[in-house]
Design a binder for this molecule. Structure first.
Ligand SMILES: *Cc1c(COP(=O)(O)O)cnc(C)c1O
Length: 340
């Protein structure tokens, strides 16, 4: 194992030993290849560069107390990538190829998988891009799928804590019938400015309302929103929300805990009735929300009076982490265990 300051690693790029790649050419996927290059040789007219023909995924592998490595729900990421492929007219990558490549790249870089005690993990980034040259707006004939990894530190370095969010009314991250429900790079380009504004004002992230009516909660930056009200787990349903695998897992755990799961449009005013709120995604699992400031209308929705995470989200956070690290039984078959 490498000697790194695992617990203090940021969420950032780091070179590891190998990445794995596969090319799509002449109407079919080729053979999986290993590479130690961090670069992609690419045509200047590649469709990913000009017309945004790209999609990505994000998932993690964890080293357990038992020394084994667990990859969390990778088939779900493979399926979500397929839905992004349809949306951007890229060829579908078989789930099996995706999973084989993820397992292989984790194994090839096993010396970078952080030790159990550090609370860190191995972040896995699959990326699919149109590499064929086209200058008319049309799908490429050639594609590259690549998976690379890097160790990332624990999201909460000072312990599980809550953040304030800035509601931005002047920006949408996606249109109601647009690409919001797909994990494509353009959505992130569209969010950079609003994120910068919020971050500059000291907020954890920006917070979006639905683009059509500005009445309902959409996403918290690049994370899904969750609210807790009494015994209910509430999460917004909309055409422009990315279906988070973390949220899907938390909904299941909430149901297992005997909670009522409400997946429906959530009006902004309902924030006043919530006991707890959080943002969820692979990076943090849950990032609790203390307060949401509607910075343009100058209204504040205080969720947590003491600024601390609430008990229900804290419990769900620990329950999901325990499954990921192998400290709790994997009753839903969510983890792929590698003996490496
Ligand atoms: C990736 C992503 C999420 C979180 O999805 P997970 O599968 O839980 O990591 C939420 N919202 C957006 C916009 C995303 O891109």
């Amino acid at each position: 194992m490498k000697q790194l300051d695992w617990s203090n690693l940021p969420f950032g790029y780091m070179k590891t030993d190998k990445n794995v790649r596969i090319l799509y050419k002449n109407g079919k996927w080729g053979e999986i290849e290993e590479s130690d290059s961090e670069y992609i040789p690419m045509h200047i007219a590649a469709t990913c560069l000009h017309y945004g023909q790209e999609a990505f995924e994000g998932l993690k592998a964890f080293r357990g107390r038992d020394g084994k490595v667990r990859i969390f729900r990778m088939e779900e990421n493979a399926k979500r990538l397929q839905s992004s492929c349809h949306a951007t007219m890229m060829p579908e990558l078989p789930v099996e190829t995706f999973c084989n490549m993820v397992e292989r790249v984790v194994e090839l870089n096993k010396s970078y998988i952080p030790p159990y005690e550090s609370g860190a993990s191995l972040y896995i980034r699959p990326l699919l891009i149109g590499t064929g040259a086209e200058i008319g707006v049309k799908p490429a004939k050639e594609y590259l799928f690549i998976v690379f990894v890097m160790p990332v530190g624990p999201y909460f370095k000072g312990g599980f804590a809550a953040n304030a969010y800035a509601l931005v009314r002047s920006f949408d991250r996606s249109a109601p019938l647009g690409m919001g429900k797909y994990k494509v790079g353009g959505n992130y380009a569209a969010s950079l400015y609003a994120h910068h504004l919020a971050y500059d004002k000291g907020y954890g992230s920006e917070f979006y309302l639905d683009a059509r009516e500005k009445k309902y909660i959409d996403e918290c930056g690049a994370a899904n929103f969750i609210g807790i009200k009494g015994n209910s787990y509430i999460t917004p349903k909309s055409e422009s929300i990315l279906p988070s695998i973390t949220n899907k897992s938390l909904m299941q755990l909430a149901a297992d805990n005997g909670m009522t799961v409400e997946h429906r449009p959530v009006p902004l005013e309902e924030l006043n009735e919530l006991d707890e709120a959080g943002a969820c995604g692979t990076a943090a699992v849950i990032s609790p929300i203390s307060r949401i400031d509607d910075i343009e209308l100058d209204v504040s929705y205080v969720i947590s009076k003491d600024g601390k995470p609430g008990p229900v989200l804290t419990k769900l956070y620990h329950q999901l982490r325990a499954i990921q690290y192998g400290d709790a039984p994997d009753t839903h078959g969510w983890v792929t265990v590698l003996d490496i």
